[in-house]
Ligand binder design. Structure first.
Ligand code: NAP
Length: 305
């Protein structure tokens, strides 16, 4: 058993790092646990973040590094730790990881979210062989080639814009006739000559021999079936909260988001949720960072009784 903490923060994305900065400034004994061992979370894979105030056009990687530096300058310690369970022992909580258990007075769950799968034939078979969930990580492999992005949200449109810089042709395949992504992103996308949008279209199968070679498509309005030759496909069909370890411990909604308001309070006293993992309207870096600050303020009030 380890020393006990005032606060353990689970996850080192913008919500977790912001919470760590606020906790350190509040004089708390705080520890950040990060499953992947790398601070940043999903933002690390964002090519360009253009909506974080005062830092226009900063890359996701650079923004994460700035947050990490800030956190470390305040003396925050972080450790690798894949949290498997939290046990409520009343005044204290036990945070269990594969590497060891920790005792803490409060917990901030800021474990974020991960990419959803499309769930079609060929998706698993060709993972890493032409199927990717991260354009900024894998886009360079498709320089001068033809790729497709599936989805109509911010991530899909950002991915298509990013890929269009290096690919000869990019198809954006969306199941409706309207994109969900922010209007500013849509405008940037519509200007690109090498991007073609396939509206009202779903993917039935990802196919090929050794590598992905083509997609079997379905037009949802007229039922027409077609095949599209591509070299790579990027799946961007939404996110799933990283909340499995907390099932049965805190209340969640039907999608697995931890039920918590802006103050971060969950159904368990002393346990707070921040960032993409909690129920909220807008999942952005800035709202995640704000959540971290709010959760720590709530925790301070909780500790003060
Ligand atoms: P999202 O906003 O949930 O969009 C998912 C997209 O995938 C939607 O267009 C959806 O179609 C489509 N989709 C879902 N399931 C599908 C399926 N089975 N087959 C085909 N298409 C499917 O998810 P996201 O783009 O990953 O973004 C996640 C969150 O991060 C969002 O809250 C987003 O705003 C935020 N984000 C913000 C920024 C930024 O501010 N710069 C950048 C990245 C992400 P429908 O539209 O028909 O539902």
């Amino acid at each position: 058993m380890e020393q006990s903490y005032d606060m353990i923060i689970i996850g080192a994305g913008p919500a977790g790092m912001s919470a760590a900065i606020y906790a350190a400034r509040a004089g708390m004994a705080v520890l950040v646990l990060e499953k992947t061992g790398i601070q940043g979370g999903q933002v690390l894979n964002t090519y360009e973040v253009d909506n974080y105030p005062a830092l226009p056009e900063i890359s996701g990687f650079d923004l994460c590094m700035k947050m990490k530096e800030h956190m470390e300058k305040l003396g925050v310690k972080s450790r690798d730790g894949d949290v498997t369970e939290i046990i409520d022992q009343g005044e204290v909580k036990m945070v269990c990881t594969a590497e060891g258990n920790y005792i803490t007075k409060t917990v901030v769950i800021a474990s974020g979210a991960h990419h959803a799968k499309l769930g079609v034939s060929g998706e698993e078979e060709f993972a890493g062989m032409g199927v990717s969930y991260c354009a900024t990580c894998d886009g360079a492999f498709f320089r001068g080639k033809t790729t497709a992005v599936i989805g109509g949200g911010d991530v899909a449109v950002e991915d298509a814009i990013f890929l269009a810089r290096g690919c000869e042709k990019v198809y954006l395949i969306h199941r409706r006739d309207e994109l969900r992504a922010a209007k500013s992103l849509q405008e940037a996308l519509f200007k690109l000559p090498n991007v073609e949008i396939l509206w009202d279209t779903t993917v039935d199968e990802i196919a090929g021999s050794e590598q992905v070679e083509y997609l079997k498509l379905n037009h949802v309005k007229n039922g027409e079936k077609s095949e599209l030759k591509i070299n790579g496909v990027f799946v961007a069909v939404g996110i799933i909260p990283n909340s499995k370890a907390f099932e049965g411990f805190v209340e969640m909604d039907e999608k697995g988001y931890i039920k918590a308001g802006e103050d971060g309070h969950t159904s368990v006293k002393g346990v707070f949720a921040a960032g993409d993992v909690r129920t909220k309207q807008l999942r952005q870096i800035i709202t995640a960072a704000a959540d971290g600050a709010n959760a720590v303020t709530s925790a301070e009030r909780y500790l003060a009784g």
